[in-house]
Design a protein around this ligand. Structure first.
Ligand code: GLA
Length: 713
């Protein structure tokens, strides 16, 4: 593929202008003066192997340019083999051995895997599922996240570890637990939920009012009567349960943080490893007490969808609004899917650089070496149980070499965006509780809006509704179903100050109690829009649309809109049966896709407000229409792509500098996600920091899954 690079001269001007107007400085996740700025790592389980074999493993790690290992996150039974009997000598030796190979350590607190003695002696520490069935030993995550006894043990092991390792110069950080996931429904959880509700509502009468419990005789006489469920309940209860779960994971974290912070050097960060779009709790709540964000980047399907994977990196970056770590990723394949197909040769490197391009400062593989036994014997690794490298080791070694080469240029840099997408857990939960249209997946709708935004601007932040909006030229809220007055006020101010706000379907329907707003959608924003939703419809067929954005279709969801103000413009309308003649199935043709209610009704509205604009999209639009609407908004807002005209499937990422170490830096990362070669022209000569040529180049040839990391001369 050969393309010419249009608007070349404007690119660098746009780049520096963009830098000049950014309001808030981002930063690297971690900045250790004595450690590489970009780290390659792996999960290492020394407790699974005889000590005599550690050095062989660490030698191979060093040869692969591995800088960091995460250890101990499931090693409770080795660290505390019986109650109060702490054994850290082996871990001291493992950390020291790693240091001899220039490998630093992230320590995991082992609380995702309590030992058998603990749960046997204190069965109240075990988790109950929603139907009151108690978990058993033998798997992991079998603990109750609320149980006071469990909290006591978790605090004690974290404290003992912090006393022991908190000043170890080779320990750079802490991972709390592992992939927080399942809430418990044991008696302590139920009791705490009831007290949480009592504190929130003050009186049961207020709760009855907010939840509208006269419906189906749900009226409660006291808080203890309230069921504790995560399904088939009043959605107001379900929403509060999710918030309670979020607060509980937060204070579960604080329990361990207080133990670690008291004894550990402040340079040691504290994080936990998260799971992308998982919606079990609100990540922003939990991250309010963590130092950096980290996630486990696994491809959950047969196909590596790089746009969707990039969106998850951006989501994670948004938890703390700064760079993050990929705490785990797959070396070629996992073991937990139906058919665990591998990544293609080259894609491991492609994924690693994508993580860095989106603001990760570390990429760690799970896991270093196959465990001798256990539930995950088939998982991808770098080294087999025999202790020798498997084929993907060489590709990861190449990644390590490249991180070492490009690291200094990337130090102090992070991605910066003019466009942001809002991720709101309350809204995602509220939609999921009552989808109305089975295919209305809130994350799918987020990604449908993210895709063209990313493609056209080449950089998107994914942020919380409570994050600062100023500095963003375009703000997209694909489904802000739950809207508080405070959020509405901030959004109105954003538009009045010149921002461009794009709202997706189902926006502004509910208040914070999941109650229907007294005004039609988009609730408090309807007046600013000068328009509203008259009715919503679930669809399982294509509905044609025509208008300024062109012709296309909607599916899954369509809202019948109306204008309430003369300066509110109808951008797109649903078709009319028999309006056009031609091939059946095409937009506006025949009976397919028309339900009568939507005929000729507005589907997309927009209104200019001073220099700002509010646009409401009332339907799940096809990709082409979403492309057009996004392109129009970005153009009006003056948002340029970082590198225009790159071939399809070539991703452009840019990290620019902030702070002392990053001042004036700008690094482009180009990744060819295609299975064939691509050619990219650069607007000015740049040096490929990981290429074989030492001089600056004006064009880059990227083989299949090829990567270039470019900096100005
Ligand atoms: C998760 C866990 C790891 C391991 C991997 C396997 O992300 O955190 O312990 O089980 O999955 O893919």
């Amino acid at each position: 593929m050969r393309i010419s690079c249009r608007h070349a001269a404007n690119v660098f001007i746009a780049l520096f202008l963009a830098l000049a107007v950014r309001p808030c400085l981002r930063s690297q996740a971690t900045n250790y003066p004595d450690k590489p700025p970009v780290l390659l790592g792996a999960a290492w389980y020394p407790e699974q192997w005889p000590e005599s074999r550690w050095d062989q493993d660490l030698t191979l790690m060093e040869a692969a340019h591995i800088d960091v290992v995460r250890v101990a996150e499931f090693a409770w039974s080795t660290m505390e083999p019986s109650e109060g009997n702490y054994q850290f000598d082996w871990l001291d030796r493992a950390i020291a051995a790693a240091a001899r190979h220039h490998i630093c350590v992230v320590l995991g607190t082992p609380t995702a895997a309590p030992p058998a003695w603990l749960t046997t002696k204190y069965p109240e520490t075990l988790r109950w599922n929603e139907f009151d069935r108690r978990d058993e030993h033998g798997n992991r995550q079998q603990f109750s996240f609320t149980d006071p006894k469990y909290r006591q043990f978790a605090h004690a092991i974290a404290e003992q570890m912090a006393i022991h390792f908190g000043h170890n110069p080779n320990v750079v950080g802490w991972q709390l637990d592992n992939e927080y996931a399942n809430p418990s429904f044991d008696p302590s959880a139920k009791e705490q939920f009831h007290r949480w509700l009592e504190k929130k509502y003050g009186s049961v009468a207020e709760l009855n009012r907010r939840w509208a419990t006269a419906y189906w005789s749900q009226t409660y006489d006291n808080f203890d009567e309230i069921p504790v469920r995560e399904n088939d309940e009043n959605p107001a209860l379900l929403l509060d349960w999710k918030r309670f779960v979020s607060e509980t994971w937060k204070n579960y974290s604080e329990n361990q943080i207080s133990a670690i912070r008291t004894h550990a050097d402040p340079r040691q960060f504290i994080t936990t490893n998260t799971m992308g779009w998982f919606d079990g709790f609100d990540e922003y709540t939990v991250h309010s007490v963590l130092d950096i964000a980290a996630w486990d980047d696994y491809i959950g399907s047969d196909k590596y969808d790089y746009v969707s994977n990039g969106a998850t990196h951006d989501l994670t970056r948004g938890y703390k609004n700064k760079n993050f770590w990929v705490m785990e990723t797959e070396p070629a394949f996992v073991n937990w899917r139906k058919t665990n197909t591998p990544l293609w040769r080259g894609q491991i490197r492609d994924m690693a650089w994508q993580a860095i391009g989106h603001g990760s400062d570390a990429v760690e593989y799970w896991q270093w070496r196959s465990a001798p036994n256990g539930q995950e014997e088939y998982h991808g690794v770098l080294v087999g149980a025999d202790g020798t490298p498997v084929p993907d080791y060489a590709e990861i070694q190449q990644v390590g070499e490249e991180f070492a080469k490009a690291g200094p240029a990337l130090a102090g840099t992070s991605p910066h965006s003019d466009a942001a997408l809002v991720n709101d857990y309350d809204s995602r939960w509220a939609i999921s509780f009552q989808r109305h249209s089975a295919n209305f997946d809130p994350v799918g709708e987020m990604l449908a809006f993210y895709r063209p935004l990313r493609e056209k601007s080449q950089s998107v932040d994914v942020i919380s509704i409570n994050a600062p909006f100023d500095g963003y030229k375009v703000l997209v809220l694909p489904g802000l179903n739950v809207i508080s007055q405070k959020a509405a006020d901030r959004l109105m101010e954003y538009v009045r100050n010149g921002g461009r706000l794009l709202l997706g379907p189902r926006s502004g329907m509910k208040d914070e109690f999941d109650a229907l707003q007294p005004e039609r959608q988009p609730g408090a924003l309807a007046a600013l829009l000068g328009g509203r939703v008259d009715q919503f419809y679930a669809l399982d067929y294509d509905v044609p649309l025509t208008g300024d954005l062109g012709s296309g279709t909607a599916n899954i969801w369509a809202e019948q809109l109306s204008t309430q103000s003369s300066d509110t413009k109808v951008v797109e309308r649903y078709g009319v049966k028999g309006q056009n003649s031609g091939a059946p199935g095409a937009p506006g043709f025949g009976a397919t896709g028309l339900n009568g209610w939507l005929d000729d009704q507005p589907a997309v509205l927009t209104r200019k407000v001073g220099k700002g604009r509010i646009t409401y999209v009332g339907a799940w639009l096809d990709d082409a229409l979403l492309d057009n609407i996004t392109a129009g908004l970005l153009e009006e807002a003056g948002v340029q792509p970082i590198l225009p005209g790159v071939p399809k499937g070539v991703e452009v990422c840019r990290r620019t500098g902030d702070g002392k170490t990053g001042q004036g830096k700008s690094v482009l990362i180009l990744i060819n996600h295609n299975s064939d070669a691509a050619h990219v022209s650069l607007p000015a000569p740049m040096r490929n920091l990981i290429g074989s040529q030492s001089t600056a180049v004006s064009t880059v040839d990227l083989p299949a899954y090829g990567v270039a990391v470019l900096a100005k001369e």
